[in-house]
Design a protein around this ligand. Sequence first.
Ligand code: GTP
Ligand code: MG
Length: 232
Amino acid sequence: MNIIVIGPAASGKSAFVKSFKEFLIGKGYNAKAVNLDPATPPIYKFEADIRKFVKTEDVMQKYKLGINGALIKAVEIASDYIEKLIVQGDFVLFDTPGQMELFIYSRAGETVINHIPDFKCCIFPVDSKIALNPENFVSVLIQNVVVSLRTSLPTLTVFNKSDLAKPNLGEIMEELKSKSGVLAELLEKSLFFFEYTSLPYRQINISALNKMGFEDLLNAINELFCSCGDIS
Ligand SMILES: Nc1nc2c(ncn2[C@@H]2O[C@H](COP(=O)(O)OP(=O)(O)OP(=O)(O)O)[C@@H](O)[C@H]2O)c(=O)[nH]1
Ligand SMILES: [Mg+2]
């Protein structure tokens, strides 16, 4: 399985790749990690690294670009080397940069994702601390839908940093019921996204720091593939 980790800046994508890879190896799987973030040296043992081919800091200098322009250019350059970034394993975890737009809206990002072989899915880690109120919780789900639509991949929202905070879906729904007005109605209706973006009404809480919730996540990943009909 190829698991592409796409999520907001500092949500814990790289920490997740590191510790989920270790967890999978501990369970006897052949797990690999690929760094697709040209701006950051990996904090984990990797089998392939985009920075071997292109580094954002070099692109900034060479093309006189700012950080975001250089990131897009770097992924464009890296798409020529995509074959060298594909590795085989029971699970291959792909780490991506915090600038989510790169892999969602840019052509180069699309090319890279399209080259990653099936079976593939996205994990969308979010920082649990910022999803504690209904507005933020629902915004996170909507962001997940965008990732899923733009990548055409099944995407699982995962609430990371659960050692620090745990958004509670039941409480959030109760809080929504007590609100009134157009915004509250919009939020309530948007909660249906949850059914499509994650397994129906089952919230995955993990901590990349403490390797918590990983069994649950692994089950959810397997179920995600089963429910899409890809494996059975
Ligand atoms: N408490 C806690 N901190 C975490 C957890 N996961 C990641 N962090 C911290 O969150 C910060 C960001 O983690 P990263 O793994 O670099 O996040 P990222 O999404 O890869 O960041 P960018 O690639 O820059 O977008 C670091 O200080 C991590 O130690 C977690 O489960 N719990
Ligand atoms: Mg990172």
